[in-house]
Design a protein around this ligand. Structure first.
Ligand code: ATP
Ligand code: ATP
Ligand code: MG
Ligand code: MG
Ligand code: MG
Ligand code: MG
Length: 258
């Protein structure tokens, strides 16, 4: 019989490996709802964009930004959200599995806790869950390229989905709609939407540009200039639906990626 008391804890711990994220790089934690195609069906999300479902995602992201100090910016579309942690963050000594798991579990808890605030008349039929991953980006330029990629995806998906659901509403089956759109270019989709009487540029900004949730560091109040200059930044988290591909956004918010 094995005597468990003789096994050294240090020996057992040496099997763990701590994957540390590269120092001095922007950390992006991207979470994504698992099987939300089904989840959105079962919970009767409005297609192609359920505004309340997006508001719920934004509200959970806002809670993440408030809870984890090192989150400097976040960007969400559909069932996904990307959280950017500051370059020199020492959160969990930059251990990937801890960071990913706390962000994912906190977000998921929030999603279920806040469900009834956003869907008061709709029962949460089964527990939603999210996956998460960590990626490091070595410069703010590449980080901005990453965010731009997500925003381009938002636009492409939204344009496709808006066409798809218009075709379905007009009487096509889902597979007919899919075949109809196969190989169409952006211009073709724009024309199709015009035929349906939809001006794409007039759709809500949140649907077209996604949501950016971040701490507005604009109002830094110097409490007392004489006494060792105590600065008290007002922690106001805001949600905006803006173009983050254009440099003008980053010029207007220089504190985010400083
Ligand atoms: P996976 O588990 O691989 O992520 P998934 O079913 O979640 O699979 P995604 O590619 O993540 O697939 O896409 C999410 C899907 O969830 C969308 O295709 C859409 O059908 C649905 N969805 C998410 N958010 C909304 C929303 N606000 N309104 C309507 N539908 C939504
Ligand atoms: P960390 O975030 O580092 O894990 P922690 O506060 O969660 O910090 P742990 O070492 O994980 O600390 O210990 C969990 C603590 O939670 C215990 O010390 C105990 O105080 C409390 N706790 C957990 N489960 C129970 C329980 N079933 N009954 C009473 N207290 C509990
Ligand atoms: Mg996924
Ligand atoms: Mg998903
Ligand atoms: Mg997704
Ligand atoms: Mg614990």
């Amino acid at each position: 019989k094995k005597d468990i008391g003789k096994v050294e804890p240090d020996f057992l711990k040496c099997f763990q490996f701590a994957k540390k994220l590269l120092p001095s790089t922007w950390i992006v934690i991207r979470i994504d709802g698992c099987h939300f195609h089904r989840f959105s069906d079962v919970h009767e999300f409005v297609k192609p964009n359920d505004e309340q479902a997006l508001n719920l995602m934004n509200s959970c992201a806002l809670a993440v930004v408030k809870e984890f100090q090192d989150t400097v910016f976040s960007y969400g579309i559909s069932d996904e959200y990307s959280f950017v942690l500051s370059k020199n963050s020492q959160f969990y000594q930059r251990r990937a599995s801890e960071i990913v798991s706390v962000v994912v579990s906190f977000f998921t808890s929030m999603y279920t806790m806040k469900w009834t605030d956003f869907f008061p008349q709709r029962e949460l039929k089964y527990p939603p869950y999210f996956d998460g991953r960590a990626v490091c980006y070595p410069s703010s330029e590449i980080l901005r390229d990453y965010l731009a990629w997500r925003q381009v995806d938002c636009h492409i998906n939204n344009q496709y989905n808006t066409c798809f659901w218009q075709l379905v509403k007009s009487g096509k089956s889902k597979s007919e709609a899919q075949n109809f759109l196969k190989g169409t270019q952006a211009g073709d989709k724009d024309k199709l939407l015009k035929q349906f009487g939809i001006d794409y540029n007039k759709l809500p900004l949140m649907f077209r540009q996604g949501s950016s949730t971040f701490l507005d560091k604009g109002d830094i109040i110097t409490v007392n200039k004489n006494e060792s200059s105590v600065e008290n930044s007002q922690k106001k988290v805001i949600v905006e639906h803006c173009n983050i591909i254009e440099p003008s956004f980053w010029c207007a918010h220089p504190a985010i990626l400083n």
